[in-house]
Design a protein around this ligand. Structure first.
Ligand SMILES: NC(=O)c1ccc[n+]([C@@H]2O[C@H](COP(=O)([O-])OP(=O)(O)OC[C@H]3O[C@@H](n4cnc5c(N)ncnc54)[C@H](OP(=O)(O)O)[C@@H]3O)[C@@H](O)[C@H]2O)c1
Length: 268
């Protein structure tokens, strides 16, 4: 996949916008001089932009004027004010919103119809070009704008479309779960360190084991149970570990974690 000549604008340049920008830079998907960003604190913005070689802009309007596609990356509670005070500049531009909890209908309740927008939830591994973008099927991008969105951002993330009802759940699986995976890596490494491995050795092999296991599953199309069974020799050592995980409720801990995330989301 070649480099896109698209001009990408970031409205808000905090953690998520920086992660998306870094992914585009790491994968050489967009030239740094073709990226534009704005935020409220201009001096902090300039520092963050100059270290990446992208353009720091003085206003939302300036970003909209320069860019072909916009990444709306302010906090959810800031979205309404930002879009309502920039309707003229946003009109006709494809808006790729990353604000959690602001789905298509909420966006329309702020701006009305007549804007081109898609609601998504990206995850932080996008910073290294290995992200997931959970995107809402219901959106108002034109076919050309959708092609532009996918052309640029599929270089740094797998884009999966979900119904409006499942968007938030998709965000739990893709957006919250990296933290669960981090805890898995840390805890498994604790076990290895307990038995004498150095922390550095553990942090070298455990993440690679996860990458390899996941890649094997995706590429082979095999069921995870089948792959697990292939490692468990009858009467062997791995099945002892599996048995211990079951005894300690490993599976149910993960199911319960999803329950609690969704419970919290529904209460907000
Ligand atoms: N972090 C994650 O893992 C994650 C995952 C998925 C989705 N998201 C979504 O990503 C969005 C951003 O989250 P974040 O963690 O990146 O937040 P953040 O670090 O607080 O960044 C918010 C950015 O918005 C800017 N901003 C606020 N009001 C503005 C305005 N009126 N005009 C221009 N810029 C303005 C802020 O500028 P100043 O700093 O100068 O005030 C800051 O650069 C949120 O909606 C969140 O739901 C985050």
């Amino acid at each position: 996949m070649g480099q896109s000549n698209a001009k990408v604008g970031f409205i808000g340049f905090g953690n998520m916008a920086s992660a998306i920008c870094d992914g585009l830079l790491v994968k050489a998907a967009v030239k740094p001089e073709n990226m534009y960003a704005c935020a409220r604190d201009m001096s902090r913005l300039k520092t963050k932009c100059s270290s990446r070689g992208i353009n720091a802009m003085g206003s939302v309007g300036a970003v909209c004027g320069a860019a072909d596609i916009l990444v709306l990356a302010v906090l959810p509670q800031q979205v309404e004010e930002v879009v309502k005070s920039n309707t003229y500049a946003l009109k006709g531009k494809p808006i790729f919103s990353v604000a959690a909890g602001i789905d298509y209908d909420r966006f329309v309740s702020y701006l009305g119809e007549g804007f081109n927008h898609i609601s998504t939830i990206p995850n932080t591994p996008i910073a290294v070009g290995e992200g997931i973008i959970v995107a809402e099927q219901k959106n108002s991008l034109t076919p050309d704008q959708l092609e532009l969105f996918e052309g640029v951002f599929s270089k740094i993330a797998k884009i999966e479309y979900f119904s409006s009802e499942l968007l938030s759940l998709g965000g739990t699986g893709a957006g919250c779960a990296p933290a669960f995976a981090d805890v898995f890596i840390e805890a498994l490494s604790d076990g290895l360190v307990k038995h004498g491995m150095t922390r550095a050795q553990a942090y070298s092999i455990v993440p690679q084991m996860l990458i390899g296991t996941a890649t094997y599953m995706l590429k082979s199309g095999k069921h995870p149970g089948e792959l697990k069974d292939a490692v468990c020799t009858p009467g062997g050592t791995t099945i002892e570990g599996i048995s211990a995980l079951e005894e300690k409720g490993f599976r149910n801990a993960l199911i319960y974690a999803v329950d609690k995330v969704m419970e919290k989301k529904h209460s907000m």
